[in-house]
Every structure is written in structure tokens, then in C-alpha cells.
Design a protein around this ligand. Structure first.
Ligand SMILES: *Cc1c(COP(=O)(O)O)cnc(C)c1O
Length: 385
């Protein structure tokens, strides 16, 4: 075909992440509406809680309104409060910081591992002290934390390991799933997470006492099995998940393994096509880990690539490819600095990740053709620089 007769390609628009809702989602939600189960009362809630927890390999699930609420509830169930310290990764979604601050506790940010972006166990060991009540292990971008190393780092301190598994549905560490690795775990089912209920979340644990505490706290501290006499012993929250959300969740759960596999297949495609592009650092999968690649997260070395991360993001946007930069570190967030006015540590790794990282389109329905288009664009932008 001559250049003159070649049709100009339709302008592409590849969003960073949109959900896939073409299973039983519509049917189950319609059923919930038809049956009148639209509040948090209804059969789908318990079915989703039980089903999701067991998919994770844990005994109990407590459905809540979002992932931030799940994390807050998990910390409250552990009685985290004023005077307590909670160790968090310096590089993570800001909800991790906020959940600690909602409890009135003191966040202690520590630097992360350069290859996974997860808590660095050596830094955790340095940060743990007599006031440490919990460590929040965030499985960043879908790569599970080395929980044995974190246990070793906190040994003897009594600190609980709280997994933030919002980005890691189905991730595994040495054959065990996220949600069953720590003492208690929080999940988000926001629209861009691997399983979604639109908005929603869950606390997952095999500790029955913690699960009961979460059920109690989630529903304004109404007694769980006593008649309603409107007497409230403690401060509770309305963090309830609705039956409509849970209905959506049940449809997603039916194909949870396939949704995880789509993320992993996308990652393999990206990795194969980007392996030879100089200056692009690809996500890893450590021995013993199953990385579920919530988002395909790369790092750009500006010297070797020939353009900065921000230049690459701008150029990709011009070609219809939506991306997101990595999170900004906790230690630059004003609420963190107000809570830790004496913070003097440096965070070389998280600063670097924040400057160099971006994630590429990662929708479950992304095609091989979409991936090829994105990778071709990246290679072109790099060479030009
Ligand atoms: C998405 C996310 C959250 C917050 O979940 P929401 O449902 O949006 O409140 C918390 N932690 C991490 C690591 C996340 O990625």
C-alpha cells in the first residue's frame, strides 16, 4: 500500500484503567434492586464476605464502604490510638497515612526496597520501638511483601502486621495469598482495583476476635447480638457495604482468577516488548512471589532513556495514552510533616521512585494491540530524546 492511499489511523484513546463488567454484574445488581435489598442488609453481603475471604485463604471477611475505611477499621480493631506508633512505607497511597492519623496515632514512615517499592525490612527493624503497635505492609502495585522478613524485623515487639492488600487481590507470597499473610488485611474494591464493587472494601482476617471487633465498629457500635436498645459503649463508624455493591462483588468474584490472570498476561506482554528499550526499568517478580501487577509500573532513567518521566507521560498523552506518575512520598505530605515535625530521616529510594516511576494502561480488557501501540510509542519517544 502506498503512503498516499494508507488510511490515517483512528485516533487512539487508551485509558489508564477501566473495569470489566461483562459477566453477571448487571444481572446480580438488577436482582438486588428487584428484591429490594439495597442497603447493607441483604444476602449478597454475607455471601461476598465469606466468598472473598475464603478465596484469600482466610476465615473472615467484613465488607466495608471503601479501602480507606477497611484500613482504619483494622487499626481500630487492634486498638491503635494516641501514643501508639504505626510503621508505614514512605512510598504508598496516601490512605495509608490517613488511616493512622484518623486513629490519632503517630505514623513512622520508613524507606522502601528499590525493586519492589515495598517496606524495607532492615529499615523496619530500625524503626520499631516500644510504642510500635502495628506495621502496615502495603503490597505495592501488586507485588507481595516478604512477610517473614517483616515478622523477623518486628520480632519481640508485639507489633501487629496489617496488610494493605488494596492493590494485590490474588497476589501470593510463598504459596499463601495476600489477605492471609499478616494478622489482618484491608482490601479496596474501587473501580480500578483488580476486583471491583465500584466503591467498597473489606477487612480480611483469620482472627475471629478482630473480625467481630470490625463488625461492631463498622456499624456504629450497635451490639452484634443483643436487642437494639440504642446504648453505645464506644465510638463507632458507619462503614457498611451495601447489598448492591456486594452483588457486583459476587459477579467479580466468580471470575477472580481470570481477572488476576488478565493483569499478569498484560504484564508479560509489556515486559516482552519493553525489555529492549534502554532506560526503562521493568517491574520484577521475586522468587517466591506472585506479582499480580495491579498497574504495570515502570521506571524511567532519564539519562539512558533520553527523556524524563514527565516528558514521556506528556508525549504519551499526546498519543492518546493515559498514564499516572508514581505516588509522592509520605515525608513530603503536609499532614505527615505536621504529625512528625522532628522527622530528619532521608528517604533516598522513595524519592527516586516518585521522580522516575509511572504506570501504564492496565485495564483488564486491554488488548495485545493496545500494548503494542503503547510500547511502540515509548520506544519512539526514547530514541528521539
Ligand atoms: C486504593 C488504595 C487504598 C484506598 O482504597 P479506597 O477504596 O480508594 O479508599 C488504600 N491503600 C492502597 C495501597 C490503595 O491502593
Amino acid at each position: 500500500m502506498s503512503a498516499a492511499s494508507k488510511p490515517s489511523p483512528a485516533p487512539r484513546k487508551i485509558p489508564v484503567c477501566v473495569p470489566l463488567l461483562d459477566g453477571h454484574e448487571e444481572r446480580y445488581v438488577a436482582q438486588a434492586v428487584r428484591d429490594g435489598w439495597i442497603s447493607s442488609v441483604g444476602p449478597a453481603v454475607a455471601a461476598f464476605e465469606k466468598g472473598f475471604a475464603s478465596w484469600c485463604g482466610a476465615a473472615h471477611g467484613v465488607g466495608v464502604s471503601n479501602g480507606t475505611a477497611a484500613l482504619h477499621l483494622a487499626l481500630r480493631a487492634l486498638d491503635v490510638g494516641p501514643g501508639d506508633e504505626v510503621v508505614i512505607p514512605d512510598f504508598a497511597m496516601v490512605a495509608v497515612l490517613f488511616a493512622v492519623l484518623y486513629c490519632g496515632a503517630t505514623p513512622v514512615a520508613v524507606d522502601v526496597e528499590p525493586d519492589t517499592g515495598n517496606l524495607d525490612p532492615a529499615r523496619v527493624a530500625e524503626a520499631v520501638g516500644p510504642r510500635t503497635k502495628a506495621v502496615i505492609a502495603v503490597h505495592t502495585y501488586g507485588h507481595p511483601c516478604d512477610v517473614e522478613a517483616l515478622r523477623a524485623a518486628t520480632a519481640g515487639s508485639g507489633a501487629a502486621i496489617v496488610e494493605d492488600a488494596a492493590e494485590a487481590h490474588g497476589a501470593e507470597w510463598r504459596g499463601r495469598r495476600a489477605g492471609a499473610l499478616g494478622d489482618v488485611a484491608s482490601f479496596s474494591f474501587y473501580a480500578n482495583k483488580i476486583l471491583t464493587t465500584g466503591e467498597g472494601g473489606m477487612v480480611v482476617t483469620s482472627n475471629e476476635r478482630l473480625a467481630e471487633r470490625c463488625r461492631y465498629l463498622r456499624n456504629l457500635c450497635f451490639p452484634l447480638d443483643a436487642p437494639r436498645d440504642y446504648f453505645h459503649e464506644e465510638i463507632g463508624f458507619n462503614y457498611r457495604l451495601t447489598n448492591v455493591q456486594a452483588a457486583l462483588g459476587l459477579a467479580q468474584l466468580e471470575r477472580a482468577d481470570a481477572l488476576v490472570e488478565r493483569r499478569r498476561a498484560t504484564a508479560r506482554r509489556y515486559a516482552a516488548r519493553l525489555a529492549a528499550v534502554p532506560g526503562v526499568r521493568l517491574p520484577i517478580e521475586r522468587a517466591g512471589a506472585r506479582n499480580v501487577h495491579w498497574m504495570f509500573a515502570i521506571r524511567v532513567d532519564p539519562e539512558r532513556f533520553g527523556a524524563t518521566r514527565d516528558e514521556l507521560a506528556r508525549e504519551l498523552a499526546g498519543r492518546g495514552v493515559e498514564t499516572r506518575p508514581f505516588f509522592r512520598p509520605m515525608h513530603v505530605q503536609p499532614p505527615y510533616l505536621r504529625a512528625r515535625p522532628d522527622e530528619r530521616r532521608s528517604f533516598l529510594v522513595s524519592d527516586r521512585l516518585a521522580a522516575e516511576g509511572l504506570y501504564l494502561p492496565s485495564s483488564p480488557a486491554l488488548t495485545d494491540d493496545d500494548v503494542a501501540y503503547v510500547c511502540e510509542a515509548i520506544a519512539t519517544i526514547g530514541r528521539r530524546g
